[in-house]
Design a protein around this ligand. Structure first.
Ligand code: PM9
Length: 461
């Protein structure tokens, strides 16, 4: 049998894809203030904005939806989810939330106080915003290779354990109520974290009494990379690797919209019983009763099935293989990307794609909007717009290390020909890259500005 990795499913229900003319797209983009978040879905041909909640559910998940128990308290749907959380992650104390950021918004206000620092490899945008809203600051301690787009380090999401120890010894552990490691590291290219690194980080943290929380949104993809790349794990099943990973954690937040294969949902789990009591009280005030946490019973059931399906090795091989296929086509076409490709997305290096555009004219945003204009492909900037920070005193912008554009592949949605279309669009634009102009930001909210900022093209000479 050929080792060609094809989609391990048949398609049972389809959705028509819109195709607009270039002039129509130019008009939509202008009306959207050159922010692809403002585009309507019916104006997008291939939507790689996010892999979050955009996946296709399986027939087993849809069947589970029909079993949803909508009782306010103690629903059977919750019991089925609790069994899954126990089996997959090995945690007893957890609450469902309506999505990942809701779990963050329960956890951080209960653990972080003003002036605290939270060591991380790299936080994603909502994690950083929720830590900051609680008065803390997320400290990025990803290894050096993690911010070098050309490095082929197998675990570029790893945290720098020496810097972690030095930071804790420097600030003192009273100001570090917990550490957060994101698996995989979405901000840095969907890059995995090794078990050896997690173990070493855990050692440093537990010596100092600091709990380790995982942002476990993409735990299954992370486990796939461990199986593939970490010595000693080639024959260990994904399920066992996920267990071993989570066994190192004192708690985790998770958006089930990623590896939970659900369209909505999240989890917050902890081994700290006293904290768990406070979690439930806050959840009741903000999300809902602890056995539904802002979700319908049917959503809990879809999540319970999805979390198990994501551990299927054939599925994961196809999933990561699809991302690699797109990455391979782009590299063949000369397009600079973050190497090696991560688990859920290909990250194009906008700084190298558009070297003629200055940082304050947002090369990543310019590239993302141009890809929409050229081919109706929607993707997001992960660079100066999303992570640029304005110093309130000096007014100067602190730019993040990387200026990227992320082509996130929704789970089980697009076929290889869709990805070929995307690759052709990117490669064609790369051939004409000198003609792409920068953007000027005309409006920006104070936090999470990439979602609603507006821009206009910088005028040519
Ligand atoms: N991630 C993503 O596209 C959705 C928001 S930005 C379009 O990658 C991590 C590592 C994430 C994440 C969301 C969240 C928040 C937490 N951590 O979106 O609230 O990648 O379910 O999860 C997005 P929710």
């Amino acid at each position: 049998m050929s080792d060609y990795v094809f989609e391990p499913f048949k398609i049972k229900s389809v959705e028509r894809i819109p195709i607009l003319t270039r002039d129509e797209r130019a008009a939509r983009l202008k009306a959207a203030g050159y922010n692809v978040f403002n585009l309507a879905s019916q104006d997008v041909t291939v939507d790689l904005l996010t892999d979050s909640g955009t996946g296709a559910m399986s027939q087993e998940q849809w069947s589970a939806v029909m079993r949803g128990d909508e009782a306010y308290a103690g629903a059977r749907s919750f019991q089925r989810l609790a069994e899954t959380v126990h089996d997959v992650f090995g945690f007893e104390h957890f609450v469902p939330t309506h999505q990942g950021r809701a779990a963050e918004n329960v956890l951080f206000p209960l653990t972080v106080k003003p002036g605290d620092i939270i060591p991380t490899n790299q936080p994603f945008d909502t994690t950083q915003a929720n830590i900051e809203a609680a008065g803390g600051a997320a400290m990025e301690l990803v290894i050096e290779e993690g911010v070098d787009p050309t490095s082929h380090h197998p675990f570029k999401g790893n945290i720098d354990v020496e810097r972690l120890a030095a930071l804790l010894d420097d600030v003192g552990t009273e100001r570090a109520p917990l550490a957060v490691i994101t698996i995989t590291n979405n901000t840095g290219g969907g890059q995995p974290v090794s078990l050896a690194n997690l173990r070493a980080a855990k050692g440093v943290l537990s010596d100092r009494g600091v709990p380790l929380y995982l942002d476990a949104c993409r735990h299954a993809e992370n486990a796939f990379f461990i199986q593939e790349r970490e010595p000693g794990y080639a024959d260990k099943p994904i399920r066992g690797i996920v267990h071993e990973t989570l066994a190192l954690a004192d708690g985790f937040t998770l958006s089930a919209k990623k590896d939970g294969l659900a369209n909505i949902g999240g989890l917050l789990a902890t081994r700290d019983e006293a904290l768990f009591e406070r979690v439930k009280q806050r959840l009741i005030r903000t999300e809902g009763f602890p056995t539904y946490g802002g979700l319908a019973g049917r959503d809990l059931d879809a999540m319970a099935v999805g979390l198990r399906e994501a551990l299927d090795e054939r599925y994961l091989r196809y999933r990561v293989g699809q991302v690699r296929y797109l990455a391979g086509r782009l590299t063949e076409g000369g397009v600079p990307i973050v190497e090696p490709p991560g688990g859920h997305a290909v990250y194009v290096d906008a700084a190298r794609f558009l070297p003629h555009i200055a940082r304050d004219e947002f090369p990543g945003q310019a590239l993302a909007t141009s890809l929409y204009l050229e081919g109706g492909v929607r993707c997001i900037e992960i660079g100066g717009v999303a992570f640029g920070k304005i110093d309130p005193q000096s007014g100067e912008t602190h730019w993040p290390g990387l200026e990227l554009v992320r082509l996130a592949v929704p789970r089980r949605v697009y076929t290889q020909s869709h990805l070929d279309y995307v690759a052709d669009t990117v490669i064609e634009l790369y051939g004409r890259r000198d003609g792409v102009r920068g953007l000027r930001m005309t409006y920006a909210p104070e936090v999470l500005r990439h979602f609603t900022a507006r821009f206009e093209p910088v005028r040519g000479d």
